[in-house]
Design a protein around this ligand. Sequence first.
Ligand SMILES: Cc1cc2nc3c(=O)[nH]c(=O)nc-3n(C[C@H](O)[C@H](O)[C@H](O)COP(=O)(O)OP(=O)(O)OC[C@H]3O[C@@H](n4cnc5c(N)ncnc54)[C@H](O)[C@@H]3O)c2cc1C
Length: 365
Amino acid sequence: MWLNTKVLVVGGGPAGVTAARVLAESGVDVILLERNLSFVKPCGGGVSLSAFEELGIPKTTIKKEVKNVRIVSPKGERLDMGLRDGNLAIVERGEFERVLRNRAEEQGAEVIEGDFVRIIDDNDKIYRVEARVGDVMTEIAAEYIIAADGVNSRVRTAMGIKPSKSLFTFSERIKEVETGFCELWFGSSHAPGVYSWVFPATDGISAGTGSFEPGEIKVLFGRFKQRRGIIAEGRKRIYRIPIWKGNLYNKGKVIFAGDSAGQVIPLIYEGIYYAMKAGEFAAGAIIEKKVGNYKRRWKARFQKRFTLMDKLRDYFFKDNASAERLVALHRRPEIQELSLRLWIKKDSSMEGFKDYIKLFGKFLS
Ligand SMILES: Cc1cc2nc3c(=O)[nH]c(=O)nc-3n(C[C@H](O)[C@H](O)[C@H](O)COP(=O)(O)OP(=O)(O)OC[C@H]3O[C@@H](n4cnc5c(N)ncnc54)[C@H](O)[C@@H]3O)c2cc1C
């Protein structure tokens, strides 16, 4: 089989479906190639409510709204923070992608269930891609490729780029336990250099832990469950989260968006919003016929925020003493307000960053 399109979007996660919709809305010929249309990514599904307005995400995808965040220090100091007017929505992955994919399709994107295999060649400024569609090897010719195929990006490898460094997660969906908080638990015994979490889910909770050492992730999660007092069992998954480096935007007319480019914000490891914004920026750059606009727009919008969070992560996730300080600092209303502004409200104003650096500088010196 042989297909031809202006843009081939590989991967139908948040980055890919957004890119495909924006392109199709502008009348650009686009194929969205997704390996498994029934795929449900292991994920907490937390998306700030403000993102729904900004990205036009249908609110019907919201399963729960969380109004409070709880952070727990290694020694067990507990701090509850109200999100006030900036609640966090919980979506159900799988359904979330389906709703957004349908919108892209309604706008004219062609959705194909198939697996990107390799780039055959890129002569005459056209990429010839081999994809497996059912049992049929299919060739797709495209002027642009958007690599939105996640942390294990095969497009990345096909372009000769090494996989991102990543964090391993072990997570479990448990129906028998409920929480009204987004809980973040710090402690090197169960989440060295990271945190463990309990988020409300559609039914029950999603709980998990992260580690840079894949070999010990299961044991760490077991320790976390014990600390949190969770006995019930559910569906367990292991998946990777990329570590942001900020060094990959595009190679020729192949644009990397979302997890394939490592665009998960350090410290809190939130990626859905950033993947969708990257998809939007990638599509915009193609519509404008200036691939370079992708990197320019992404950096203008997110570089400072990612850099700041990276620095804070290095400082606060160093050891247990630093995590104690993180929780203690958040007892100050002004720090709490700024952190929530940065996380939930996606404040990108210079004033927001200046305030943050000034305040943290004061308390960390
Ligand atoms: C345990 C866990 C919890 C998380 N919790 C949150 C959270 O609460 N909030 C948040 O914002 N972020 C969270 N994240 C991060 C978030 O899930 C990702 O950042 C986000 O999904 C990235 O979107 P994406 O579109 O770039 O990639 P993905 O969502 O990974 O989508 C990639 C898509 O590409 C497809 N694909 C892969 N290879 C191919 C191929 N060869 N051919 C065709 N298709 C292919 C896959 O099937 C998939 O559908 C969490 C991550 C993990 C692991």
